[in-house]
Design a protein around this ligand. Structure first.
Ligand code: GCO
Length: 454
């Protein structure tokens, strides 16, 4: 009776909309160890932050949000958001601070975290590598090191049995192409190589690491008669030419999209890696261990860029923002239609592969855009599900404001604002709005509309 009454109140309070997510659609929030835990002092990023100019305002990740010291509070806040999934990463540099030396206290900490989440009715979805590497791996050459796939397999062979059948969803690597674009095509991420022709080796090593991880995780857990779901979180970006009449911009856009968006996902199906850009890169490799190694497709979607070509300028190829488009605090275009376009492309390339939105979010310090941003993206997702695209869940980036890599703590993606000094978490209005959304969908109601959405 009470839920019917609650549903009626919601219907009156928020006039209904067309959006209809299935009742079993899952909601979550996403984080990453280096951005929330703090004290990741054996990692390449901790060292990278020490280089002057790398992090905005000279900030450091430091204690980050002290997530280990605020677990119960954060889990309680997840419950009030109405999420049933928590996607987060565990930190290789803390688990294996020295080559072959494993920290049993850290493993016990991560095991306890899984128990706390499960007791709260929240399912862990664990990422094994989210941008950071142990310093000893970096000293071997990082993703250029031909031994990294084996080292990654050794790390997870130690970790997976600690979690056992308590964790079903595993993401091996977060956003390979963000690490490639940031670390090998610019200098905003370690190792800061900034040379397009250098990207073949690290991409091939990431594919090898994922492939070996996929088979190893399945081997370990299937011995316990448990079938995991193993995938990878891809950062796909919608790319369109800046000028629709410019054939060269169309060509460059297509080529760059093939490299950035599809080379890795395609190789995880075919086992064949190939990237090509005239006069700059032509890399190929057979990677049989990577063939058919996605049980689901993890999609991190944020924005669209336009491709501008000017052969007479220093930067011949530029990614720019659509002129006049609405943007977030970082100047990223807000383009909800983009998630539908990408879901269609994923479905065309990998028919009926289950899809999880493993990240979607907005830097929006004063919270005036976040709810609308979420609803507009969920509307697009609901429409694609009704068209038959198997999207299983949506993990919002992120729970609390945290260390946003090169932006430091100056970018605010959280449902909860964070005072970096006191570590106080304060809910934004979008937190309450999101809990209305999750509650409505659970009751089989459409996503509630607020007045300004009309
Ligand atoms: C990424 C990472 C996250 C970011 C988030 C906001 O996609 O870059 O997965 O670590 O913090 O996306 O930029």
């Amino acid at each position: 009776m009470r839920s019917i009454l609650a549903a009626l109140i919601l219907l009156v309070q928020f006039p209904v909309s067309a959006a209809n997510l299935p009742r079993d659609f899952r909601f979550g929030v996403s984080t990453a160890a280096h951005q929330v835990e703090g004290n990741n002092s054996n990692s390449d990023w901790w060292q990278w932050e020490e280089i002057p100019g790398k992090i905005k305002n000279g900030q450091r990740s430091g204690i980050a949000t002290d997530s280990w010291g605020h677990q119960d509070e954060d889990i309680s806040n997840m419950k009030s958001l109405g999420v049933s999934v928590y996607r987060y990463s565990i930190e290789w540099a803390k688990v294996e601070p020295k080559e072959g030396v494993f920290d049993e206290k850290v493993l016990a900490q991560y095991s306890d975290q899984v128990d706390r989440l499960l007791r709260a009715g929240i399912e862990p979805m664990i990422t094994l590598q989210h941008f950071t590497l142990p310093l000893w791996v970096k000293d071997h050459g990082g993703w250029d090191w031909d031994g990294i796939a084996g080292a990654f397999e050794t790390y997870l062979t130690k970790v997976i049995p600690v979690f056992g059948k308590r964790v079903k969803y595993w993401i091996t690597i977060n956003e390979p192409m963000s690490m490639i674009a940031g670390g090998y095509m610019s200098d905003v991420f370690p190792p800061g190589v900034n040379n397009l022709s250098s990207i073949g080796t690290p991409m091939i090593n990431m594919l090898r690491a994922h492939g070996r991880a996929y088979h190893r995780i399945h081997e370990i857990l299937e011995k316990q008669n448990f079938t995991p779901m193993v995938g990878l979180a891809h950062n796909l970006i919608v790319l369109d030419p800046l000028h629709s009449y410019n054939l060269l911009e169309h060509y460059v856009t297509r080529r760059f999209s093939q490299i950035y968006n599809w080379a890795i996902p395609d190789a995880l199906t075919t086992g064949e890696f190939k990237i090509f850009f005239p006069f700059m890169i032509n890399a190929k490799a057979d990677i049989p261990e990577a063939k058919n190694t996605q049980d689901f497709f993890g999609l991190n979607y944020y924005t669209r860029y336009r491709v501008k070509v000017n052969l007479f300028s220093k930067d011949k190829f530029e990614k720019v923002v659509t002129p006049g488009a609405p943007v977030n605090d970082l100047g990223w275009e807000i383009y909800p239609e983009g998630i539908a376009r990408l879901l269609n492309q994923i479905q065309e390339r990998f028919p009926q592969m289950p899809i999880w939105i493993t990240e979607n979010g907005i830097a929006d310090a004063d919270d005036h855009l976040r709810t609308k941003y979420i609803k507009e993206h969920l509307d697009q997702i609901a429409d694609r599900i009704e068209a038959g695209v198997p999207v299983k869940g949506y993990c919002q980036w992120t729970l609390n404001d945290n260390f946003e890599w090169a932006e430091g703590f100056t970018a605010h993606f959280g449902f909860y604002s964070l005072d970096p000094k006191t570590l106080n978490r304060v809910p934004r209005q979008s937190a309450a709005d999101f809990s209305e959304i999750t509650r409505s969908v659970k009751m089989g109601l459409p996503i509630p509309r607020s007045r300004e959405d009309q």
